[in-house]
Design a protein around this ligand. Structure first.
Ligand code: ZN
Length: 402
């Protein structure tokens, strides 16, 4: 009968659709319990249980013992993961002065991670070559074939024109202009690459696993060599018309201030960026200190370093106060190397927001340190690869279940 055939077709379609939703949930969350899947998808526990049994039968899903995992505290009970021991994603993070790379499995566990100091700004091609070399090394370290890498997420420390896969500003990353960054990297790796601004990736990592997990309106501030913001509104990244949303480092604080590399005067970065702090502290015992040393000394109570970091916090707070007036975030999450200084940076930053933002916005905003500190951008590039990876094999194996 035509009607029953139709009904069968509808049922099969519905079952496939529900199975896709369960797989999607596993892919987004990495590790999740059956009850959590039911809650998040709105499917009944019986339906979820049947679908999970089918997926386990097909070898696509496995139980894991959460006690053996370090990453996700406070989640008791049996967790489920997509089972692809051989398949991974990679994240590459370019800062202004480093490149880092990580490989993670589909259960959202980082398998290996590597860092390398590099002047990224001026020599784009060399930076891409170095990253490609590190990629080959790290795959060897985790004993994974290149063909098992489903996708690569990549962050660059400047605005990203996502439509063209290029750098969105001629002055912020001068060496990268005109380069089809995603395509260049794809050519070197032979794997699909997605690119994103690094502060946006920091926000994505904190949203996925860190200090923004339970929050849908927040600003993530990356305070390191450069200063940038990743803005999350209603659980989504705000990119703006041309990808420059969140360039808070180039907020004008003093119109007659020193010339900034972006071409304007008196930007936040001229007084509060890593290089500005290094210059302010100057030489100690005849030696010029690196930003990481200054942050360490500030945490240990060295007065000069403490003052330099605190002043930077105060200046960053002025720009963040403006941001609070505009977007009224629930939380401001501060990451990047400078956030290692903790309250030395955050105290004055908070005080500055209180002084300069509209009272209602300043009173409610919760300013706290990022969970991932200087790893946030790297983990965000992993999240970009995980959440955006094509999952060709999973799609294929689900297809064969039908
Ligand atoms: Zn500037």
């Amino acid at each position: 009968m035509a009607t029953s055939k139709n009904a069968d077709g509808t049922l099969a379609w519905l079952r496939d659709r529900n199975r896709d939703r369960v797989v999607e949930m596993l892919r987004m969350q990495g590790q999740i319990s059956q009850a959590e899947i039911a809650r998040a998808t709105g499917l009944s526990r019986t339906t979820v249980s049947t679908l999970i049994a089918e997926l386990k039968e097909a070898g696509l899903v496995a139980d894991i013992d959460t006690k053996s995992l370090h990453a996700r505290g406070g989640r008791p009970g049996v967790q489920l993961v997509l089972r692809h021991p051989s398949q991974v994603v990679a994240g590459i993070d370019f800062g202004h002065s480093h490149v880092a790379i990580a490989v993670a499995d589909l259960g959202h566990n980082v398998l290996a991670e590597r860092w390398h100091d590099l002047d990224v700004n001026r020599e784009a091609a060399r930076a891409l070559d170095v990253a490609a070399g590190m990629f080959a090394e790290i795959l060897e370290e985790v004993a994974v074939e290149r063909t098992s890498v489903l996708g690569v997420g990549m962050g660059i420390p400047g605005p990203v024109d996502r439509a063209h896969g290029t750098a969105g500003s001629a002055t912020i990353l001068p060496g990268w202009i005109g380069l089809s960054i995603a395509a260049e990297m794809e050519q070197r790796l032979g794997i699909p690459v997605r690119i994103e601004n690094d502060a946006n990736l920091g926000a994505l990592a904190e949203l996925t696993w860190g200090a923004g997990r339970d929050c849908s309106n927040f600003a993530y501030i990356k305070a390191a060599t450069g200063i940038g913001a990743g803005i999350v509104i209603d659980g989504r990244l705000l990119r703006g018309a041309t990808g420059t949303a969140g360039e808070i480092g180039h907020t004008t604080l003093d119109e007659a201030g020193p010339l900034c590399y972006c071409g304007n005067r008196g930007c936040l970065e001229t007084v509060a960026s890593g290089p500005a702090i290094v210059q302010l502290v100057g030489r100690v015992n005849g030696e010029s200190l690196a930003l990481s040393q200054i942050i360490e000394l500030a945490s240990e109570g060295d007065l000069r370093c403490r003052r330099a970091v605190a002043d930077a916090g105060r200046e960053i707070g002025v720009a963040v106060a403006g941001l609070c007036n505009l977007i009224n975030p629930e939380r401001v999450i501060v990451g990047g190397l400078m956030s290692r200084a903790g309250e030395v940076l955050l105290g004055p930053l908070r005080e500055s927001i209180r002084r300069h933002a509209v009272q209602a916005a300043a009173e409610t905003v919760d300013v706290r340190a990022a969970v991932f500190v200087e790893r946030a951008e790297l983990l965000g590039s992993v999240a970009l690869a995980l959440i955006g990876s094509p999952e060709a094999e999973i799609a294929h194996r689900i297809e064969s279940l039908r």
